[in-house]
Unconditional design. Structure first.
Length: 141
């Protein structure tokens, strides 16, 4: 196994592709600039780690974060005397009983808005309110 999970064969193929793309003259320039970039990156990481370590050893950072937080949060009021109102509805939709399901007007909506308009070319539907069912049962008896 090579570097970073790459085998020797994969590393050779990558080197050949880079050599073909950039040429033999630019390869040393690319290597040195890549090395400088890696050194700068490692140096900045070490600086950040040092700052974090210094801040945690000092302890002043911890106090400055905790104290403003306590001032910003108001004390909890005694709500034991107030009755629990339970969960509140966040939507503005009417309850399901007031909604019209399938486009069929309910009795309340007809009383509020008047009779629903039925197109003239719509076929007449038989109602199943019990009138037709009662006649059918009498005929059987």
């Amino acid at each position: 196994m090579g570097i970073g999970g790459l085998g020797m064969g994969e590393m050779i193929v990558i080197f050949l592709v880079v050599l073909l793309l950039f040429g033999a003259k630019r390869l040393p320039e690319i290597g040195s600039s890549l090395g400088k970039g890696i050194r700068e990156f490692k140096g900045s990481i070490k600086e950040i780690e040092k700052e974090v370590r210094d801040d945690t050893e000092d302890g002043s950072e911890k106090k400055s974060v905790v104290e403003p937080w306590r001032e910003a949060v108001p004390p909890a009021s005694d709500s034991s005397n107030e009755p629990d109102q339970g969960p509140r509805r966040l939507t503005t939709n009417p309850p399901p009983s007031e909604q019209q399901i399938g486009g069929v007007p309910t009795a309340e909506s007809q009383a509020e808005g008047g009779a629903a308009e039925i197109p003239e070319d719509a076929p007449a539907q038989e109602s199943s309110t019990g009138e037709g069912a009662a006649e059918g049962e009498e005929g059987k008896a």
